[in-house]
Design a protein around this ligand. Sequence first.
Ligand SMILES: [Zn+2]
Length: 405
Amino acid sequence: MTQSPFEQVANEAAKDEQPRGDNQPLIWDIQNEKPPDPTEVWLIQNGITFDTTTENGKSTTKYYIEDESNRRYELLSSDRPTTEAQTVIQEWRDAKVEELEKTYHIQISRDGMQATPAWKKEPVDTRTPNPLEIVALERALSRGAPSTNFSHDGKPVNIAFPKFRTTFVSGYYEHDAPSGPQIIVEPAQRDVETLQIVGIHEFAHHGYYNMQEWSDEKQKKTMQELGWQEGEKGWLLQGRDGHSYLGDRDRNKYFRVNEKGEYLDAANNVTSDVDKAVGFDPPEMRELALKHPPTAYFLNEREAIAESLTLLRTSEIWRARLHQNDPSQYDAVKKFDQAEIDAAYGLNEDGTSKLIRNPDGLLRENNMLNRLVIREFESKLKAGKYEMFIPPEYKDREPLNCTLC
Ligand SMILES: [Zn+2]
């Protein structure tokens, strides 16, 4: 029996399955030989720290998430005593989950609920996201717009946090889950920026499906600008050599094909033997592509577009990386993004866009000041001043290390 790629990774993952939190060390008060304080253990397990300040006899506590990259994100302020920290934070978490559902066209899993991954066909137990996941999710939702704000078929996107891993990847999007479009976010993620990027990538997949609303002509033109040509077996990546290439996920390679998707050999004769077809590994294909895919993950047009939009939407750093990779690809991705924004939010009476995307990834009103911010940013990119935005540690980093998300 052959297994789907998802089943393969899920079976691998099941071998060393651990529920989140169970392998955390407990903190014993050795000096006093006391068992650990449950609130303190809960805070440590969730990566939460706090500062308490007292003014005029009144104490206020600020709670933070400190993630694996040692970045600190503020959660909330409370004047209740820290012995109540767990309750205070759980109340914040529950209110936040509801707020996100009201603001975006989504449903978020809760403790005791289930979700059915389309590939698995049987339900898995899900849970309420933890504070770190909520911080990352909110950052992803605000930047993933407009893909997160609506569905072309009206169904909200179900965002499911399984209790146990279902695969080895960080997360994945399924358009055809039993409940409608669905994003599975795998557990045990401990870095806000990475999880934020996963979210934006998955929301971009949803946006790609929303593109079905557009006319065929507009879709084809947009895809062409992004470097893809329609073929009978799927979208074909255009090479600088004038040939078209079809990605093969199983072989992790691109093969030269004609419009029908038939393999071509070096003399451009049709061959049914894949070993005789002209083929390239992703790094070679990235070089050869007419429009350089911005990351190494582009085995089909859906992933290439999701990665490109993720770079544009995540932060100034990644948007600068997108431009540095290929300015003409940057322009095409920006145009695609704007078309999605316009489709979702409409145009002004004079035909201009209502909203535009700021370099930090957030949508802003299309006014003179906000346009100026973008123009200033882009004039620096065009002058090649990338180091103004890209810190050295981001120079060669890939946003996602992902083969199936
Ligand atoms: Zn993907």
